[in-house]
Design a protein around this ligand. Structure first.
Ligand code: GCO
Ligand code: MN
Ligand code: MN
Length: 410
């Protein structure tokens, strides 16, 4: 039976309610989850795609996030401030209105980020050959830091997707990376100055890598490349600079996200985390968390809980083009948060599971044989290593609820 628009909405609401399992806004607010302005306002447009949704104003985004139980809001400077107002009275007025709206709805701004990729001025990248381009980029970074302080943010994110090139041999990579470091130095200096004047703490400056897009070749394509840059000696304040890995961006180059996160944790540089999902070695589809790789996501959260990661989980996904304006807030955001919380709780079950705990302890204890020759060590441990496969099965059981007696047999 064909359905009118009103009947379609009624069907979607009825089926959403039938899904059940939704957490309350109060439960959701307990997590350090942030909602980006650009994710909620994404209209569905891309290089081959016309928009499918209407524009959404920041006041609506903040109001809807508050109702859903998303306690933090994040933004690019130009998501909310038109270019012609940047650094002028118009900016001051808009930032004032954002502050009012956040206060009215009980939200905090946790992170600000500078758009250094969309405007034509960044055609040659934010750290290009022209001094005036680099000076303009530095001014934009400093301006974003000032906006962050005004809104009470603690994190600043940098996604240098346009730091790269289309043609080989034109750009001096070493020089460009040094120029890019000058930009970060300008941002950190501005932060120190403003923080002092306002009596606030300085912010955490977080680098976000993506291996491809929009430049053909990217100078800092992975979180590991960024770690090397942070520790390169070019930064005046390396202690203020860390990472904002994005789950999908690490998968895009074929990496194991858990291993990327582990390297960041080991260096004390996991400051912020963009959560989403997608496919290996494909473009940046920004699917919502847990819809593609739920088992891997479960394991990621076990890792983060084990090492007490306490930074933000930023919902950096793009509601799909097949979702309507209403669906963005009725379906995309609540279901993404709820999958995250479910996976978080399941990670707790993994950590408390008696079978997994006993198996990992036994693996660590080993057989006790003397470490003299390879053959005898292998012979003494070979039954123990069966536990690897058994533990993988146990994780699957926890994911599908089989550990609680759920079966599919008749
Ligand atoms: C992407 C990026 C962006 C950045 C944002 C912050 O998927 O292209 O993740 O969404 O997170 O630009 O600077
Ligand atoms: Mn991101
Ligand atoms: Mn992405």
């Amino acid at each position: 039976m064909p359905l009118s628009i009103d009947q379609q909405r009624a069907l979607v609401s009825r089926l959403t309610a039938a899904c059940g399992g939704a957490y309350s806004p109060e439960q959701r607010r307990k997590y350090f989850i942030s909602g980006p302005q650009w994710a909620a306002a994404y209209e569905g447009n891309a290089i081959f795609h016309a928009p499918t949704r209407r524009p959404v104003h920041f006041e609506t985004v903040i109001e809807k996030y508050a109702a859903l139980g998303i306690g933090h809001w994040t933004t690019h400077d130009t998501d909310v401030i038109p270019y012609e107002h940047l650094g002028k009275d118009g900016q001051h007025e808009i930032v004032g209105r954002i502050g009012e709206s956040l206060r009215k709805h009980g939200l905090a701004c946790s992170m600000v980020t500078t758009e250094t990729f969309h405007h034509a001025v960044f055609a040659g990248g934010p750290a290009g050959e022209q001094l005036e381009v680099r000076q303009y980029s530095q001014w934009r970074l400093r301006n974003t830091v000032a906006i962050g302080h005004e809104l009470g943010a603690s994190y600043v994110v940098y996604w240098p997707g346009s730091l790269g090139y289309q043609f080989q041999g034109i750009v001096d990579e070493v020089q460009t990376l040094k120029w890019f470091a000058e930009g970060m130095n300008a941002a950190c200096d501005a932060d120190i100055e403003i923080a002092k004047a306002k009596g606030r703490n300085t912010m955490l400056h977080c680098m976000e890598a993506k291996p491809f897009e929009p430049q053909a070749e990217i100078l800092l394509p992975t979180s590991d490349a960024m770690l090397a840059w942070i520790f390169s000696g070019q930064l005046k304040h390396p202690e203020m600079v860390g990472l904002n890995p994005e789950y999908l961006h690490e998968l895009m180059w074929g990496g194991a996200v858990r291993a990327s996160l582990a390297r960041a944790l080991m260096c004390g540089k996991l400051f912020h985390f963009d959560i989403n999902d997608g496919y290996r070695l494909k473009h940046d589809v920004d699917i919502a968390v847990g819809l593609v790789n739920p088992l891997d996501w479960l394991n990621v959260l076990v890792l983060l809980r084990t090492y007490n990661y306490n930074g933000p989980f930023n919902l950096d996904f793009k509601p799909p083009r097949t979702t309507s304006n209403e669906g963005v807030f009725d379906i995309s955001f609540p279901t993404a948060i709820d999958r995250f919380i479910t996976l978080w709780e399941m990670a707790g079950e993994v950590m408390a599971d008696p079978i997994l705990s006993e198996a990992s302890a036994a693996l660590r204890d080993g057989s006790g044989v003397a470490p003299t020759d390879a053959n005898s060590i292998f012979e003494a441990n070979k039954e123990l290593w069966n536990l690897h496969e058994l533990m993988a099965h146990r994780l699957f059981q926890i994911l599908v609820g089989a550990h609680k007696g759920r079966t599919f047999s008749l």
